[in-house]
Design a binder for this molecule. Structure first.
Ligand SMILES: [Fe+2]
Length: 314
């Protein structure tokens, strides 16, 4: 949908091709969301494929889980955090000794209130593109809920580097009426981090809603997208029964756009990454490169990004 972004003046095409030489590479030595806790029954086993590996998850108790590699039967680091089961996907078994902390998002009340998942028919990089393209939500998920009118407005957003990613600094939402469901003066902050985690915090002085999008590759051509919500406001509890009605078509739009994108790649279509509107995706590619260059080591990794302000019209 990039062709529909109206970019501002001084546009530069920074990257002439969307073909990625390292497309087969997963982002290793990172924690991935394997499941929401209630996707695995207590005292039961469930098989998952993550980054091309077959894993067996066993939920021992309410808050204890184990994971093992189905091929080797060896244990894989596994933790429960914020109502999610995380597994560490290592480049080498020696990395299991020190996987580092599971990413923490401070989800209100630490309990998942709503989750939908879908399998995106694409490599993780393409799925990340969907998360970071500013035109994605307004155009792929075109809905009166997101856009009160059809007028393009200029957006100007400030970003700062974070430990393994970057953060769109708090701002007031411009043309998305749905944000006002929680009332009061709303501010929105969006934090992206490797390997493919996007946390959108919607806050007023009393309440917070966290929308966490977690991408977990199954293999090189399929990626699970989980849209997970945490909140502490009763109004959203009241509309939860209807949320699935909205969430399913919403996620199917993601599947459809990715299927079209793959079809385009089949025609050897060359993508263009253009100016400020595609800068966040270029940052993702830089972060991924820097993570690999550091030997995928938390201590030697240096975030290559600098603070920046980006402009686009959507
Ligand atoms: Fe989407």
């Amino acid at each position: 949908m990039r062709g529909r972004v109206a970019v501002t003046d001084d546009v530069q095409v920074e990257h002439a091709s969307n073909d990625r030489a390292d497309k087969s590479v997963y982002i290793l030595d990172k924690w991935y969301v394997a499941a929401r806790l209630n996707e695995v029954s207590k005292h039961a086993e469930k098989a998952f494929k993550i980054c091309g590996r077959d894993l067996i998850l066993t939920r021992e108790t309410r808050d204890q889980c184990t994971a093992r590699d189905a091929a080797t039967n060896k244990p894989v680091p596994c933790e429960i955090s914020e109502d999610l089961i995380w597994t560490f996907i290592a480049s080498d078994e020696s990395r299991h000794a020190d996987p580092g902390p599971v990413p923490g998002f401070g989800g209100p009340k630490g309990k998942v209130r709503f989750m939908e998942k879908v399998i995106i028919p694409a490599h993780q990089d393409d799925a990340v593109y969907g998360l970071l393209d500013p035109a994605h939500t307004p155009f792929v998920h075109r809905s009166p809920l997101w856009r009160g009118n059809g007028i393009l407005k200029e957006k100007r957003k400030s970003f700062e580097p974070s430990q393994f990613g970057f953060t769109m600094m708090p701002h007031a939402p411009v043309n998305s009426d749905i944000y006002h469901l929680i009332g009061g003066a709303i501010s929105v902050r969006i934090a992206f981090r490797l390997p493919g985690l996007r946390a959108e915090y919607i806050q007023n002085s009393k309440h917070c809603v966290l929308g966490l999008t977690a991408l977990t590759p199954i293999d090189e051509t399929r990626t699970v997208l989980r849209q997970i919500f945490y909140w502490d406001t009763p109004i959203l509890g009241a509309i939860r029964p209807f949320a699935t009605l909205f969430a399913r078509p919403f996620l199917n739009q993601d599947v459809n756009i990715m299927a079209l994108r793959q079809k385009n790649l089949g025609y050897r279509g060359k993508g263009m990454l253009v100016g400020d509107s595609d800068k966040q995706f270029l940052w993702y590619l830089s972060l991924k490169k820097a993570w690999n260059a550091s030997g995928r080591c938390r201590k030697s990794f240096q975030n290559p990004l600098s603070p920046a302000t980006l402009r686009w019209k959507t």
